[in-house]
Design a binder for this molecule. Structure first.
Ligand SMILES: Cc1cc2nc3c(=O)[nH]c(=O)nc-3n(C[C@H](O)[C@H](O)[C@H](O)COP(=O)(O)O)c2cc1C
Length: 180
C-alpha cells in the first residue's frame, strides 16, 4: 500500500507533522510505503482557471504541483494535514487543493475510490471549526471522489509539539495508521 502525505503546515515537526508521522509509523509497521510532501518547500501556483485540463491534457501550469498530484494519483491513500489559519486551512493547502481541479476536470484522470485521512490542528478548542472541517473540507474531498476514512480535528494546540502531550489523539493517529 502506498501512502502519500501532504503537509500544508509550514512548520516541520509541528502538531500536524507529529500526527501525520504517528499515522505513518503504524502504517509502515504494517508494510506500507510512505512519502511526504511539505507544500511549503515547493513552488505551487494558484489554479488560473484556464480549463485546459478539461480537454484531457495535463495542467499547463509549469510548477511543482503536477509532480505532487501525480504522486497522489499513484498512491492508495492520501493523508492531508493542515493547521487552521484564520479559520481555514493554510494558504499552502488552499493553493494545492484548488489544483485538484486539473484532475477532477480531466476525463482521463480520477481520484475515485482513493482513501483520504484529514488532519487539522488549531489553538481554539476542539469543535470550534467543526463545520469547516467536517462539512466543508470533508465535502470537498468527497466531491472529487475520495473516500474520507477518518478525520482528526484537534484544538487547544498552539505551540509546535503541544499535541505530544495529548495521549488520546496520538493513540487515534496510531490507530488510523493501523487500520489503513
Ligand atoms: C498565521 C496563523 C493563523 C492562525 N489562525 C488560527 C485560527 O484562526 N484559529 C486557531 O484556533 N488557531 C490559529 N492558529 C494557530 C495554529 O492553528 C496552531 O498553532 C496549530 O496547531 C499549528 O499547527 P502546526 O504546529 O502543525 O503548524 C494560527 C496560527 C498562525 C501562525
Amino acid at each position: 500500500m502506498k501512502i502519500v502525505g501532504i503537509q500544508a503546515s509550514p512548520r516541520k515537526n509541528g502538531n500536524c507533522d507529529i500526527l501525520m508521522d504517528e499515522v505513518f509509523k503504524s502504517a509502515k509497521e504494517n508494510g506500507a510505503e510512505t512519502n511526504k510532501y511539505y507544500l511549503d518547500d515547493y513552488k505551487i501556483e494558484p489554479c488560473h482557471a484556464c480549463c485546459s485540463c478539461g480537454d484531457g491534457v495535463d495542467c499547463i501550469v509549469d510548477d511543482d504541483c503536477n509532480e505532487i498530484l501525480n504522486s497522489v494519483l499513484d498512491a492508495d491513500v492520501l493523508i492531508f494535514s493542515s493547521p487552521i489559519y484564520y479559520g481555514q486551512m493554510t494558504a499552502q493547502g488552499k493553493l494545492f487543493t484548488d489544483r485538484f481541479y486539473s484532475i477532477s476536470r480531466n476525463p482521463q484522470k480520477s481520484f475515485e475510490g482513493k482513501k483520504v485521512v484529514l488532519i487539522f490542528t488549531h489553538a481554539a478548542p476542539t469543535g470550534t471549526y467543526d463545520e469547516y472541517i467536517n462539512l466543508t473540507k470533508k465535502a470537498l474531498f468527497e466531491y472529487i471522489g475520495f473516500n474520507v476514512v477518518d478525520t482528526i480535528d484537534i484544538g487547544g494546540v498552539q505551540e509546535p509539539g503541544d499535541v505530544k502531550g495529548l495521549n488520546d489523539v496520538i493513540s487515534k493517529a496510531k490507530e488510523i495508521g493501523n487500520n489503513l
